[in-house]
Write a protein that binds this ligand. Structure first.
Ligand code: ZN
Length: 681
């Protein structure tokens, strides 16, 4: 047992030593410890004292969390059949533990006793916030319900889990059910690699032609590039009717959606809220459905003239250059792409030659070092792949008597490879925490994962501008986790930050990628070493806001639909009528009558975005407005950087996001900066 690396994570996980056969015994042992800790902490042996609870329960759950985090991480970046099997076997046991803990009435009573004791008034601000968050989450998990209400709450949870699973399966099965075998002529205009992939897919089935599907890598380029209008219409029609009453009854989501929304309202009413929207906003930054409605409608009103202008331009271009007199939904991506090419002609391929990975990383670290009073150094640690790098963040000594202080560490895993999940993300390895068991400060560690094209022999990796933006985004999440100065694990770094504010530090970092003075230092042509030409940069910036008015209204349409559906009990009885009403109010482009977008809106019906889709725009307002402070003083102004670090990054979840924002900006957030950045002011 002593050789199991998952049971010995005292410092960093030994990623190179963890084997699939370690998972079951380690997780079983750690779950047993965590369960024992839970039983002990609710007993009389442990007083209603914050530190006493933390020393027993948090220590045990953190050990479990670190080991499980290492397993989940390896499952995401170094997947093998054996590891996946071990992961899938352990997953329900781990989930069940957290559900058990989240709804445990005895633990809830213990925390309440802490909150009601004289000791509570002496708790630090961050600690009071962590305690209040815990109590809130217990209530939302039904811990205060009794008897029949409690049983009904549990039934609803179980049924909702089944329904959202069914909703996803219907969307996936309906997506998979469609295939069309196109001729070479029909694919005129489609990029060669997409045509080749479609041909290969047909050949694998011993069929002629080119297999087109509704999966993103096939559907998207056809809609964007195929000049055959009938083909676009056919694919569009199939896509927007997936899992609806217009397709096979077995995959129709209509009844599933109705039941999901009804159950959500019932759950909210059991908990004492008028609607699910009200319940959903309790742990979020937005105060009320009305505040979200006002926000969305104000943004729509401001974006509307720009969207009308975008559409007008597109209509005129389509009529004069593409011979399309009446622009339809299935023409929009195609005509948009053609207009963009005509207006801003530049190639991603050409831009890429200027962004070499070493130059971009050095530039990124330089920004963090200049603004946030840290230095970043390469370090060594056991990893899961030879290309993974490890870095240490330090803060210099204030004077000769002080030693250099280690702030945190991060792993950097940049390249795509087999067995690695696509996408980019930040994940925590461990959090900053003044440990109650050892009275020592644990420094935070993060994973930064991307999926860029790996370098080819003898040349540095080349990043697209989009790759660079992605790297800055994830690094922003990383800084939020790593630069925190909060010692309580429940609210240090990203922990406890409201869900609709958590993208502030990440989206904030993206702005540097659009700043000429910063960008020119990130670039050096891979062959000539020349920086990015200014004229090319200007074309990139102009293309950035292409059709931003239309894109904004589209996002508002979805967000308003989601919010009204969950704020107006009864509206679910006719979901189509609700969506039609939202479109009449917001959209400038008519959706065809057969469009059943809502039947595939997985974010809201099967994901975590119910009464939360507005968060995308909400967080953009915060990040754009935070960035506007740097526009006033200069992107690399150290004093503005210090204030941003202290107010936003260091405070983490220790206070409401609005307070942190006001501490930095000296006022409430304003929508003006977002409109200006997107060319709508
Ligand atoms: Zn993010």
């Amino acid at each position: 047992m002593t050789t199991n690396p998952l049971l010995a994570i005292d410092d960093l996980p030994r990623f190179d030593a963890i084997r699939p056969e370690h998972v079951a015994p380690a997780i079983d042992a750690l779950l047993a410890d965590a369960d024992a800790a839970l039983e002990r902490v609710v007993s009389d042996a442990v007083p209603a004292d914050y530190d006493a609870i933390s020393a027993v329960l948090s220590v045990a759950t953190e050990r479990l969390g670190k080991a499980w985090g290492a397993v989940s991480h390896l499952n995401a970046v170094a997947d093998t059949p054996a590891l996946r099997a071990a992961y899938i076997e352990a997953l329900p046991k781990v989930t069940a533990f957290y559900t058990r803990q989240g709804g445990d009435e005895r633990l809830y009573a213990k925390y309440r006793a802490v909150a009601e004791s004289p000791q509570a008034t002496r708790l630090s601000g961050p600690r009071r916030r962590a305690l209040a968050n815990s109590l809130r989450d217990f209530v939302l998990a039904g811990a205060e319900l009794q008897g029949a209400a409690k049983r009904r709450y549990a039934e609803i949870q179980e049924r909702l889990a089944e329904l959202s699973q069914a909703y996803s399966e219907h969307v996936l099965d309906a997506t998979d059910a469609f295939a069309y075998y196109a001729s070479a002529d029909e694919l005129a205009g489609v990029p060669a690699d997409v045509v080749q992939a479609a041909r290969a897919a047909a050949a694998r089935e011993h069929k002629d032609g080119h297999k087109l599907t509704l999966h993103f890598p096939s559907y998207h380029p056809v809609m964007q590039y195929a000049s055959d209008r009938a083909l676009r219409r056919q694919l569009y029609s199939a896509y927007v009717t997936r899992a609806s009453e217009l397709g096979p009854a077995a995959l129709d989501n209509s009844a599933v959606m109705l039941e999901i929304v009804r159950l959500r309202h019932e759950e909210a009413q059991l908990l004492g809220y008028r609607s699910f929207a009200e319940e959903s906003l309790v742990p979020k930054m937005a105060d009320s459905p009305q505040q979200v409605f006002d926000f969305l409608r104000d943004l729509a009103r401001r974006a509307r003239p720009y969207a009308e202008r975008d559409l007008d331009e597109l209509r005129r271009f389509a009529a004069s250059e593409l011979g399309i007199d009446e622009l339809q939904a299935w023409d929009l991506p195609f005509a948009g792409e053609k207009l963009k090419e005509a207006r801003y002609a530049f190639s991603e391929q050409a831009v890429k030659q200027y962004f070499t990975e070493p130059k971009v990383l050095t530039g990124l670290f330089h920004i963090a070092e200049t603004l946030f009073d840290v230095s970043i150094h390469e370090d060594r640690a056991s990893a899961w792949h030879p290309s993974v790098r490890f870095f240490r963040i330090e803060r210099a000594a204030r004077d000769a008597a002080q030693a250099t202080q280690v702030v945190g560490h991060f792993y950097l895993d940049l390249y795509a490879r087999p067995g690695k999940r696509p996408g980019a993300w930040m994940d925590d390895v461990r959090s900053r925490w003044l440990r109650p068991d050892a009275r020592r400060l644990q420094t935070p560690v993060a994973h930064l994962v991307c999926n860029f094209a790996a370098p080819v022999e003898g040349r540095p990796a080349l990043l697209t501008h989009n790759d660079v933006t992605t790297l800055f985004h994830e690094f922003g999440h990383g800084l939020h986790h790593l630069l925190t100065q909060i010692d309580d694990i429940g609210v240090s770094g990203i922990a406890g930050v409201e869900w609709d504010a958590v993208e502030l530090p990440s989206q904030f970092m993206e702005n540097f990628c659009w700043e000429w003075d910063v960008l020119k230092r990130l670039t050096a042509h891979v062959d000539s070493g020349e920086p990015l030409p200014r004229a090319l940069f200007e074309r990139m910036v102009a293309a950035k806001n292409f059709q931003s008015g239309l894109a904004t209204l589209r996002q508002i349409e979805l967000a308003l639909f989601d919010m009204r559906l969950h704020a107006e009990p009864g509206s679910e009885a006719d979901i189509q009528a609700l969506l039609d009403g939202v479109r009449r109010e917001i959209a400038v482009v008519d959706a065809p009558a057969f469009n059943r977008f809502q039947h595939g809106f997985s974010h809201v019906f099967a994901g975590g975005y119910a009464a939360g889709y507005y968060s995308y725009k909400w967080a953009e307002v915060l990040s754009a407005d935070a960035w506007s402070a740097f526009e006033e003083t200069g992107a690399l102004d150290a004093e503005t950087g210090r204030r941003y670090r202290e107010a936003i990054l260091e405070a983490g979840g220790s206070r409401p996001a609005l307070e942190s924002f006001k501490a930095f900006r000296g006022r409430e957030p304003s929508i003006e900066a977002l409109l200006r950045h997107q060319g709508m002011a």
